[in-house]
Design a protein around this ligand. Structure first.
Ligand SMILES: [Zn+2]
Length: 313
């Protein structure tokens, strides 16, 4: 299955479920199974042990575990990194990943990068495949934490004027602007496709030429799509912990749906492929019926398309 980087809705649900389990509980044990994942040496990772978790928050697409003593453990899932929770008793991974006693599958040990035991369970940080891009940083002090903030605007906290100002701060395609972590926080390839479809705007429209009405339309679409998907994922997970943060979700309008009917107009969904990315859009709803041919776009894309959208953060 093709993976995608978890974005604001997915990361928000991880944060909420981690907070529900961990806040107020001390870390009992930390295990680094794959040394590459830990990118910092000072403070040492053992400094976590015995410290209560005081907060869990999202920083862009990263997850921050704040611990007593001004320590921050920063998870970056990248594309294939995921988090899983197992209550003690189910926590020990079995060699074959056989189901535990309550039917929750054990976490396959080969996937485990690191684990934290606390609050009657274990949080596993896993990564599928061999890309080794997921990372863990342990830093001390808020100044060290702020170095991980890419500066993107939080769309759900921003009014229409702030959104439009940020959008116009640089001239880019809408696709590029929405997915640039320096401009907007937490949006990647999947939700940018969904937002642009909802706004009925072309992924290749330029921010510098966008009318005030279209900027407002995009703001509303971004807020609606992110809010709706967060609520939907929250309802799916309930009091549990997310098990399947997958590539493409049923219910998305265009992302991952090349050739399938647009839910609004029934026209087959189109795609633009560039490097490792695919952008999906509906020609009828978003580009006035015009197909955005891959070849004709190459010059524009070279100039104004992230080489890989998932590389930009
Ligand atoms: Zn359509």
């Amino acid at each position: 299955m093709i993976k995608r980087m978890p974005e604001l809705p997915d990361v928000t649900i991880y944060v909420e479920r981690m907070a529900a389990r961990l806040v107020g509980h001390a870390i009992e044990r930390v295990t680094i199974a794959k040394p590459f994942v830990l990118r910092t040496v000072d403070p040492p990772i053992e400094a976590l042990v015995g410290r209560p978790v005081v907060d869990v928050r999202r920083l862009g697409k990263r997850i921050v575990l704040a611990l007593d003593g001004d320590l921050y453990l920063i998870f970056h899932l990248m594309i294939a990194g995921r988090l899983r929770w197992r209550d003690t008793g189910l926590a020990a991974p079995t060699r074959k990943g056989k189901p535990g006693t309550t039917g929750t599958p054990a976490v396959p040990p080969r996937l485990v990068l690191a684990s934290l035991a606390a609050a009657g369970g274990t949080l596993y940080f896993t990564e599928a495949g061999t890309t080794r891009r997921a990372s863990l940083h342990l830093v001390q002090g808020t100044a060290a934490l702020e170095a991980f903030d890419r500066g993107g605007l939080e769309i759900l906290d921003a009014d229409a004027a702030a959104f439009a100002a940020r959008l116009r701060s640089e001239n880019h395609t809408l696709k590029r602007a929405l997915t640039d972590p320096r401009l907007f926080s937490g949006v990647g390839n999947a939700y940018s496709d969904e937002i642009l479809h909802r706004a009925r705007l072309s992924p290749l429209a330029l921010t510098g030429k966008l009318s005030p009405e279209h900027a407002e339309q995009l703001h509303r679409a971004a807020r609606d799509v992110l809010t709706e998907w967060t609520a939907r994922l929250r309802a799916d997970v309930g009091q549990g912990f997310p098990e399947t943060v997958t590539a493409f979700r049923d219910g998305m309008a265009v992302h991952g749906r090349f050739g399938r009917p647009c839910p609004v107009c029934g026209t087959p969904v189109q795609r633009i492929r560039y490097a490792a990315n695919e952008t999906n859009y509906c020609a009828r709803c978003q580009t006035g019926g015009r197909l955005l041919a891959d070849r004709a776009l190459s010059r524009l894309l070279r100039q104004d398309w992230p080489r890989s959208i998932d590389d930009v953060e």
